[in-house]
Design a protein around this ligand. Structure first.
Ligand code: SAM
Ligand code: SF4
Ligand code: SF4
Length: 383
């Protein structure tokens, strides 16, 4: 997926961001989480999207492909490592393909990562047919939490599991023609933990990636809840400590089994395994030991940002402060504004959080993570 030069480029910029952060200065961002829409055809138990004000969900508020074309011509947005497209359901947005294409035309983004509930099979296939031939690193992750009707019950869409099977089958066929990556994102609760092995088997069948996320009480879909949110980490499943520990044990068992498979140290899967281990450790420490560790320096607004459907920019889920509006301002104007500088000072004082979607860039771009990679390299070479 990456060449050595990409790693050098990322590493250099990581050092730069950590260094300039001390002086409250931010180089151009490298990671963007873009919520393309608040609209969704599902109403999942664990997700906060259903609570978003219906007025905000109107499509006329969303950025259009034309807006995106203007916004991403900004030189500050030229060299992005990763744009993660989320929602709501990205493929419900009628011009989603054009939006991604405009970003592709105007930037040198390295990875385009899309999470979808997999319902709109035909739109997903057309998206791949049109964009995969020209894009290098396109990743489509389909959310699947359980098998069969159990999944439909969680997501409140009848026969969704059948559409997902169709989507997975179609993607597997398309991969014979085009180079892109796909996989399953499983969001684990006390009710879905039992499906880990069966979803893993499904991923083996389609030769695709299986990523596991624990469902937490607070998630990026709650960003509009504002400062009502708090940063104590809690699982979404409201169960006794013993039951929660069993969920962690099941996930850890699965990771252990996966990471015992020998792979190239720089393959995305190996890096993902190391990252998952780190996230799990941070979660267990916080939930069971009340220990705030690991706690890497936060790079929100220094290295990454959140772009909302209507063009507003915020740092993260627990600091949902609007720092600018790309419908009326250029990106550089927002990024270099006094407001952004003031919020950056606040972020530097933030005692840390463990909202997974926000802290992943902090972990990946931390010196501690680099050390873990070297450690893994060392042990792998001894095997
Ligand atoms: C908010 S959704 C948006 C994209 C798309 N609608 C989907 O479901 O894949 C992104 C991911 O967040 C996960 N998610 C939803 N609620 C969550 C929670 N409380 N904790 C952790 N992940 C959650 C979903 O399962 C999905 O994989
Ligand atoms: S998890 Fe995805 S599919 Fe489910 S309600 Fe949230 S945004 Fe919609
Ligand atoms: S650690 Fe960073 S991502 Fe978490 S609440 Fe603080 S500023 Fe936001």
């Amino acid at each position: 997926m990456f060449k050595l030069l990409d790693y050098i480029d990322i590493g250099t910029n990581l050092l730069k961001a950590h260094f300039t952060r001390r002086f409250n200065i931010a180089p151009p961002p490298r990671v963007i989480a873009y919520t393309v829409t608040w609209r969704c055809n599902a109403s999942c138990d664990m997700c906060g999207i259903k609570n978003v004000d219906s007025n905000l969900k109107k499509k006329e508020h969303e950025l259009t492909a034309k807006d995106i074309s203007r916004i991403f011509k900004d030189p500050y947005l030229k060299n992005i490592d990763l744009i993660r497209f989320t929602g709501g359901e990205p493929f419900i947005k009628e011009d989603f393909e054009e939006v991604v294409n405009e970003i592709f035309k105007n930037t040198k983004t390295k990875i385009y990562y899309i999470t979808t509930n997999g319902y709109y099979s035909q739109r997903i296939f057309k998206f791949i047919e049109d964009l995969a031939p020209k894009m290098k690193n396109l990743v489509i992750q389909i959310s699947l939490d359980a098998i069969g009707e159990e999944h439909d019950k969680i997501r409140k869409i009848p026969k969704l599991n059948e559409n997902i099977t169709n989507t997975l089958r179609g993607l597997s066929e398309l991969r014979k023609k085009y180079k892109f990556y796909f996989g399953i994102n499983q969001t684990v609760t006390v009710n879905t933990v039992q499906y880990i092995d069966r979803i893993a088997e499904l991923c083996d069948k389609y030769k695709c990636d299986h990523k596991i996320y624990l469902a937490y009480e607070v998630h990026e879909s709650d960003i509009l809840e504002g400062r009502k949110l708090y940063n104590e980490l809690k699982l979404y499943s409201d169960v006794e400590d013993g039951e929660s520990k069993k969920i962690f044990q099941a996930v850890r068992k699965h990771y252990k089994m996966k990471s015992s498979q020998k792979r190239d140290i720089f393959s995305p899967r190996t890096l993902w395994d190391i990252l998952q281990g780190e996230i799990l450790e941070g979660s267990e420490n916080r939930i069971f030991e009340q220990k705030i560790s690991p706690n890497p320096p936060c790079l929100a607004l220094f290295f990454y940002l959140r772009l909302l459907p209507d063009g507003k920019i915020m740092p993260c889920t627990l600091k949902p402060e609007v720092i600018g509006d790309l419908k009326n301002q250029s990106f550089k104007e927002v990024w270099c504004s006094k407001k952004a500088r003031d919020v950056r000072s606040e972020i530097r004082r933030c005692k840390g959080c463990w909202v997974e979607c926000d802290i992943v860039p902090n972990i990946v771009y931390s010196p501690h993570f680099v050390k873990k990679i070297f450690k893994k390299m060392f042990f792998q070479s001894k095997r």
